[in-house]
Design a protein around this ligand. Sequence first.
Ligand SMILES: CC(C)(COP(=O)(O)OP(=O)(O)OC[C@H]1O[C@@H](n2cnc3c(N)ncnc32)[C@H](O)[C@@H]1OP(=O)(O)O)[C@@H](O)C(=O)NCCC(=O)NCCS
Length: 298
Amino acid sequence: MDLKPSESLKIDTFSMRIDDIQSVELDRLHALSLSVGWPHRAEDWQFLRQSGEGFVALDEIGRVLGSAMWFAHGTDFATVGMVITSPRLQTLGAGQWLMKRVFDRVVGRDLRLNATRAARRLYLSLDFQPEKTVYHCQGIARLQTTDRPIRGDVRTLEARDIPAAIALDAAGFGVRRAALIERLFAHSAGYGLFKDGRLSAFALCRPFGRGHVVGPVVAESDADAVVIVRPHVADHSGSFLRIDTHMDHGEFAAFLSHSGMPVFDTVLTMSMGKRLADFAVRGAVAPVTYALASQSLG
Ligand SMILES: CC(C)(COP(=O)(O)OP(=O)(O)OC[C@H]1O[C@@H](n2cnc3c(N)ncnc32)[C@H](O)[C@@H]1OP(=O)(O)O)[C@@H](O)C(=O)NCCC(=O)NCCS
């Protein structure tokens, strides 16, 4: 009898089942995102699970091989994120399968997501429209000195500032995200710029991935955005800091690279239904979202 094992082994395809993302242990979700090189910690998954809904794809013995989430805001809008299929499974249709299950649950909502290069073809095939590049900036924070005067007062944000932050975020983002902003406040340090006692810009910063992430940042000008991100850079000087922004030029973009956070990667904001510009507030001093809460949350 020949006992020498063969040099190759053909593995049969297997079937998967779908389940609620809340039903699996966090460390299994963490293992899935690690398998595609994402920096999320188990705590980051937990925060996302508390903020939205989602599905996992499981094999016959319960291994998590895929995920997809959505984060609903109000009755008409949602962001989609945490769309992952395990490397062994990619290009076999699992991404499409998961996304179609998400579509069943977000009927009637305008959708926005931030697509990695790997995912663009998937989302194009599902009729998402490309819109704007997001610059994922990160590095070891370092504070540059400045003698530029500040117009207004900067102070740390407190619970009493939440309603004003929700209103400013809604004006910048185009959709009111009250529950999310409240949850972010509980996990973040925040700075606000007050002009005549009114909150006119703010920036939150929370633990995420390899260090901390700054976002959301809402301000009426580049100069104001710099003023409220600067204290976070000071707080984390010498450690890892990340920020995701649509800004590719101007004072704010330059400030990020001078603060130790050059562009590390890009993703593409894509929409289905209303486009980014359709949500913009028009006016002389319209607030702008200078940094995303995260790529999944928008
Ligand atoms: C992006 C991702 C979720 C796609 O999942 P998937 O299971 O490979 O997707 P599917 O097999 O359903 O493929 C969907 C479409 O994309 C195509 N496609 C997928 N991966 C491809 C690749 N590497 N090169 C070329 N085409 C690819 C498929 O052929 C299919 O196209 P079609 O509809 O024209 O036939 C998966 O690659 C992944 O998890 N990547 C790492 C994490 C990530 O970047 N997630 C996206 C977050 S926005």
